[in-house]
Design a protein around this ligand. Structure first.
Ligand SMILES: [Zn+2]
Length: 443
């Protein structure tokens, strides 16, 4: 008895001296990075005002994968991308390949984007906004196919690197995001929180996953070099300050939020360093987390109010040619191909739980901040981590308030996304009804 007791005490004392050996939670984790900077000049995503393709690289763009396995062997893989966003078609192809090659179910793969406006156009995303030639479209298609292969491979590399790990979670804040719908509300809502997940392997931090709810639009249409915007600066600064750590950025629900001030390289450096400082300042003191992972994914149909005519787009949202004309042409092509225009848009809604410590709620589209604020208000005990731009960036997702106010995020932007009209008044209700269901399912 006493011998056993002494052996136990010795083991306990060793564990106390070497806290990194405490892996009772049974996590394993792996991380991998790949450079996805286009090797040729491509059209740049996000600003319709650009008149030329990329002229070089100011900062490389990356795809990063973080794989996490719980004690029961269930895996989650988040991929963060220095891109405006992936399309639903890309996510479906990548999801199918990841399931086939690595047996990771679709609900356990999350494709998140920084929404940088200084990355390449992918797939058919926002083609109404760009003055591109058939040759440039062919280059975009070739890049997209290559990119999808890189993403599938980086998921495999992260899974291959799985090793015993500890997870630590918490939150910090930063303050440069400002609500940009000043014509409706001068001091509109913002979400300054920066949720954090730190992964240690062998007692050493190896990855930090973080998010902020703000457009990566510090650099504007005048910039024609590849750049990750403030998120790119923040990730690079964290990785420089913490050698061996991979920094992975996701965008929160910041569709109506812009960095302030914006426009210059000095601004983008300032915001990126502010975010990096907040993250590195907080990441050392995060408590460890335990528990099982749970995941659910559902596609919910969001109805369009109706298909608008070119004149209606012009009058209601103040839009102009060539975009209205290009959109009308696309609608004609879709009608000829499918016999009709779509009546609704599927939005992917994904919930991941890490025990009781984190409930990651990832929504497709450009989601306005009202969703994050309501989620956290209505679920104060769930430690909700809201993520936007996830799995399919198909257009803006307005709240009831933003929809009623109108304007760009309230419906006008859907023209550039090649959708037939603005969303109807039910979208917020439909999304929350589904989210409540997913939160219950995973509880
Ligand atoms: Zn946007």
């Amino acid at each position: 008895m006493s011998l056993h007791r002494r052996a136990f005490l010795t083991a306990a004392a060793v564990a106390a001296l070497r806290p990194w050996r405490v892996d009772a939670a049974g996590w394993r984790a792996g991380v991998a990075t790949v450079d996805i900077t286009p090797k040729t000049s491509l059209w740049m995503a996000g600003f319709a005002a650009r008149t030329q393709p990329a002229q070089g690289t100011a900062q490389p763009l990356h795809a990063k994968a973080l794989a996490i396995e719980d004690a029961r062997g269930r895996r989650l893989v988040v991929v963060t991308l220095d891109l405006l966003g992936v399309t639903g078609a890309m996510a479906a192809r990548i999801g199918t390949a990841v399931r086939a090659r690595y047996q990771v179910p679709r609900e356990r793969l999350l494709l998140a984007s920084s929404h940088t406006h200084s990355g390449p156009v992918v797939d058919t995303q926002l083609l109404v906004a760009y003055d591109v030639t058939p040759r440039q479209i062919a280059d975009i298609e070739a890049y997209t196919a290559w990119l999808e292969g890189q993403i599938v491979d980086v998921v495999g590399a992260a899974l291959k690197a799985l090793a015993p790990a500890t997870l630590h979670a918490g939150e910090t804040t930063t303050g440069f995001g400002a609500n940009r719908r000043v014509q409706y509300t001068p001091e509109g809502p913002v979400d300054h929180r920066v949720p954090l997940l730190r992964v240690d392997v062998g007692g050493t931090p190896r990855a930090i996953l973080f998010s902020y709810a703000c457009h990566n639009t510090t650099l504007q249409a005048s910039n024609v070099e590849w750049h990750g915007d403030y998120a790119g600066v923040a990730q690079a600064a964290i990785e420089a300050a913490q050698p061996g750590v991979t920094a992975l950025f996701m965008t929160g629900c910041g569709a109506d939020i812009n960095p302030k001030p914006r426009g210059t390289v000095a601004d983008v450096e300032q915001h990126g360093r502010a975010l990096a400082k907040a993250v590195t300042g907080a990441m050392g003191s995060l408590p460890p987390i335990t528990g099982d992972t749970r995941a659910a994914l559902e596609f919910v149909e969001l109805p369009f109010e109706k298909a608008l005519s070119p004149d209606e787009w012009k009058q209601r949202f103040g839009l102009a040619d060539p975009y209205v004309a290009r959109h009308a042409q696309l609608m004609d092509t879709m009608r000829a191909r499918d016999g009709k225009l779509p009546a609704s848009q599927p939005i992917p809604l994904q919930v991941w739980r890490f025990g009781r410590a984190i409930t990651l709620v990832a929504l497709g589209g450009e989601v306005v901040v009202d969703y994050a604020l309501r989620l956290r208000r209505e679920h104060p005990d769930d430690h909700v981590w809201p993520v936007g731009y996830a799995n399919d960036v198909f257009g803006y997702v307005p709240s009831r308030r933003v929809l009623q106010e109108g304007g760009y995020e309230g419906g006008g932007a859907l023209l550039y996304y090649g959708r037939p009209g603005p969303f109807d008044a039910t979208v917020e209700d439909r999304i929350f009804e589904a989210l409540e269901r997913l939160l219950r399912q995973t509880r």
